[in-house]
Design a protein around this ligand. Structure first.
Ligand code: PHE
Length: 343
């Protein structure tokens, strides 16, 4: 009995265990090597016949072999009984690392909406919403768009029937809200709007607006300028300058378009602002008395201002996005760029 022939027994034992096709065959193998008269058992017994000084080392070797063969036997037995219980062995490589659970992030337009809303909430505005499928009455009539007036055409409306349409602006929420609430009213209203436009890098048939409405006694244009300027400086930076240009909207009088100085060139003129130094950022004005009348407010009791901005446009300016169509393509290679926490 020498260590080489003991190792030879181990090799044969492991081979026989691996090759055993069923439980009975495996049991035979066990008896042959580990049984009372088995080869490993016999080797252990024969230790008494070798010189005393070699016994400890030999005993250790045979014991470790016996342990390894027993472990291999146990494993094989478990495998065979698993298979016989009808369980399929795992077909893949169980040592491969697992797949990370996929996590997404907020859509860039949701983030921008939340950021803008957060600023207005800090100024005392609360959020109001209205339906996307809207009555012509709220989208146009109650906003002082005369029937058959060309200004209705300017908004390229998707009509569902003569009275129902997809809202072309978030302004209908003004009247809906005022019908239900007496002044003071201080709301913003973010939401999706629809216009029958041919899509191109700066036009989309679906986009997002944020409406603002503030009504109370003695609200003036100064209050409008104050709140709008505060918002622009908080969102785009203190250095932003703001200007109001006269404009026309049927539901505000006077009306204005609001520009901010171009943040890319600080007003010098560049490709972002098309060399004008200014970026158009929203429409605004003092609520027209007819709108108060439609809302059911007491005549001449209140004044107020309204403003409306394109959320997509603001997101494009803020983040240097050049194609409005990107927002609704659901391309994760685009959207993933804006996730705050990427996983
Ligand atoms: N609803 C207008 C538009 O879509 C914007 C606006 C809102 C203008 C509120 C004035 C006051 O163009």
């Amino acid at each position: 009995m020498d260590s080489e022939s003991i190792r030879e027994i181990e090799r044969r034992a492991l081979e026989a265990i691996a090759g055993a096709g069923g439980k009975e065959e495996l049991e035979e193998v066990r008896i042959r090597f580990l049984g009372r008269k088995g080869e490993i058992t016999a080797a252990l017994r024969s230790i008494g016949t070798i010189p005393a000084e070699q016994r400890p080392a030999m005993g250790k070797l045979i014991n470790s072999i016996s342990n390894r063969v027993t472990a291999s036997f146990d494993k094989k037995e478990a495998e065979l009984s698993g298979a016989s219980a009808g369980e399929e062995p795992y077909p893949g490589d169980p040592t491969l690392p697992g797949r990370r659970r996929w996590k997404g992030g907020l859509h860039i337009l949701t983030q921008v909406t939340n950021d803008i809303a957060g600023i207005f909430k800090g100024m005392g505005y609360s959020i109001a919403t209205g339906p996307d499928v809207e009555l012509d009455y709220y989208n146009f009539e109650a906003l002082n768009f005369p029937e058959d007036h060309p200004s209705r055409d300017e908004q390229d409306t998707f009509y569902i029937n003569r009275d129902i349409l997809l809202r072309t602006q978030t302004s209908p929420v003004q009247v809906r809200y005022m019908e239900k609430h007496d002044p003071p009213v201080r709301i913003i209203s973010p939401g999706r709007v629809y216009r029958n436009e041919t899509p191109d890098p700066s036009h989309s048939a679906e986009f997002f607006q944020m409406e603002g409405l503030f009504v109370d006694t003695d609200v003036s244009m100064v209050d409008l300028k104050n709140d709008v300027t505060k918002f622009i400086k908080l969102y785009f930076g203190r250095e932003a300058e703001v200007r109001f240009r006269p404009h026309f909207f049927p539901f505000t009088e006077p009306s204005a378009e609001v520009d901010m100085s171009c943040f890319a060139c600080q007003g010098e003129g560049c490709s972002v602002c098309q060399k004008t130094g200014w970026l158009e950022i929203m429409g605004a004005g003092m609520v027209h008395p007819n709108v108060f009348r439609y809302a059911g407010y007491e005549k001449d009791a209140y004044t107020g201002f309204a403003f409306g901005m394109g959320i997509d446009r603001i997101a494009m300016l803020k983040y240097g996005i050049h194609d409005i169509r990107q927002f609704l393509k659901n391309d994760l290679r685009f959207l993933g760029n804006f996730w705050k926490q990427k996983i």
